[in-house]
Write a protein that binds this ligand. Structure first.
Ligand code: RNT
Ligand code: ZN
Length: 420
């Protein structure tokens, strides 16, 4: 168990070390506390949702593992999320909800869902002082069985999904209105082809036409904003994804939408950290789905690895008010609360480290062509005591520091999750 005294002492030393490098750690911690991170509700139940006959994710995404204790209903999911949030320091958290997490005693078709089916989420979020984000669910449904939704050749299928997404926009707007925090609504569809299509243009033209119809529905942008998420491929759609990066980048630009960059949606050596600065020269805001691809879009728990640190650094350098962070992974082989807690705290730790960077000094060196100095300093910064600063952030917010979170996780597992 970490003692308060040792956390404070370590912070004191770290503060002095960073001050020598011209960085104010207290200010960094204030900034860290102001950065919203959207915690994805779907890690809690392996992307199953609360629809009647829910059968788990489809559409090229896959959650594997059978660790006991999965949340089976709204009550359990909210209880699990509340537990995870107690182990995540900070006052700016959001929770990201998918349309399949509705609260309704009777089955409701996806194109008929409305804000009333999400009032439980809104009330819970208000009580916990959280913001909410939202996502239409265009997978795990008989109307998506062909692997095509908004780009389906059949008008009736497209119409169904257009109606669903319009309903989702109303829900997102209501989230923002009732909670006083803008809701980001992310549109991701699984559409694609297993084998090589001959008319990619037709499918993409249909997607564009469907999106145009969706955007015709008027919403108040003060309360919600739409974002579109591209992908390279998924299981069963290996040869062509209709909503590719080029498609959505162009579509977002033309329609002043946000673009979602998911770290698992590109070629294995392609990184989103390099895309942020380019995209932000042309779009005013973007959304991130921070995930961890292992050989493919496998959605492993976010680690404190090089790419996470680069993503955080680019976020801070390009403006924390323009890059909105959401997490997107689902691992069913470990305790699901631990998965949330570790991934989110890694994200925060990476942001903390990025905020502690002596940015102006480094930029100046680079401008002067002093790449030697830049290399020596960036290497030095890697082992600076940022962990002591983050531990202090935990202490400030009454959250356990370091490995101490495990005690809480295991207690909850024993007393609640194991009894399900
Ligand atoms: C799928 C996308 C999408 C989903 C969630 C559940 O590849 O990343 O964002 O993971 O909507
Ligand atoms: Zn994603």
């Amino acid at each position: 168990m970490r003692s308060e005294r040792s956390i404070e002492l370590a912070y004191h030393i770290a503060k002095e070390r960073y001050a020598e490098a011209g960085v104010d750690t207290d200010l960094c911690l204030k900034l860290l506390d102001s950065i919203p991170i959207s915690l994805h509700c779907w890690q809690g139940d392996d992307v199953t949702g609360f629809e009647k006959n829910a059968s788990g994710a489809s559409g090229g995404i896959l959650s594997t593992g059978n660790y006991p204790g999965r949340a089976r209903n709204m009550e359990e999911l909210l209880q699990d999320l509340s537990t995870a949030l107690k182990l995540i320091p900070g006052n700016s958290m959001k929770v990201n909800v998918h349309a399949i997490y509705l609260d309704s005693p009777k089955p409701v078709e996806r194109n008929e869902i409305g804000p009333e089916h999400f009032q439980t989420w809104i009330d819970w979020a208000r009580e916990k002082k959280l913001g909410l984000d939202f996502n239409p669910t265009c997978f795990s449904h008989p109307m998506a069985a062909d692997g095509l939704t908004l780009s389906h050749p059949k008008e009736e299928v497209r119409k169904f999904w257009i109606e669903h997404i319009i309903q989702c926009r109303k829900i997102a707007e209501e989230f923002g209105k009732q909670l006083g925090k803008r809701c980001f609504m992310n549109i991701w569809i699984p559409d694609g082809f297993k084998d090589i299509p001959v008319d990619r243009t037709a499918a993409r033209a249909r997607l564009r036409e469907s999106l145009d119809q969706i955007l015709e529905y008027p919403v108040n942008l003060k309360y919600m904003r739409d974002s579109v998420e591209s992908k390279l491929f998924g299981i069963g759609v290996e040869s062509c994804t209709v909503g590719s990066h080029e498609f959505y980048l162009a579509y977002a630009l033309q329609n002043q939408l946000m673009l979602t960059l998911d770290s698992g949606h590109f070629h294995p050596t392609e990184v989103i950290s390099d895309k942020i600065s380019s995209v932000l020269l042309f779009l005013d805001e973007i959304l991130l789905h921070v995930s961890r691809p292992v050989r493919w879009d496998s959605d492993h728990v976010v680690l404190f690895d090089d790419e996470l640190q680069q993503i955080a650094a680019e976020t801070v350098r390009n403006g924390i008010d323009r890059v909105h962070i959401g997490l997107d992974y689902f691992d069913a082989t470990i305790n699901r609360i631990a998965a949330w807690v570790v991934g989110t705290r890694n994200m925060q730790k990476a942001l903390c480290k990025a905020l502690l960077e002596p940015r102006e000094t480094l930029k100046q060196m680079e401008k002067e062509g002093n790449y030697t100095g830049r290399l020596v300093l960036t290497e030095e910064l890697k082992a600076m005591p940022f962990q002591s600063v983050y531990d202090y952030f935990c202490l400030q917010h009454g959250t356990p520091a370091g490995y101490d979170v495990m005690e809480n996780i295991l207690d909850y597992e024993r007393n609640i999750q194991d009894k399900r």
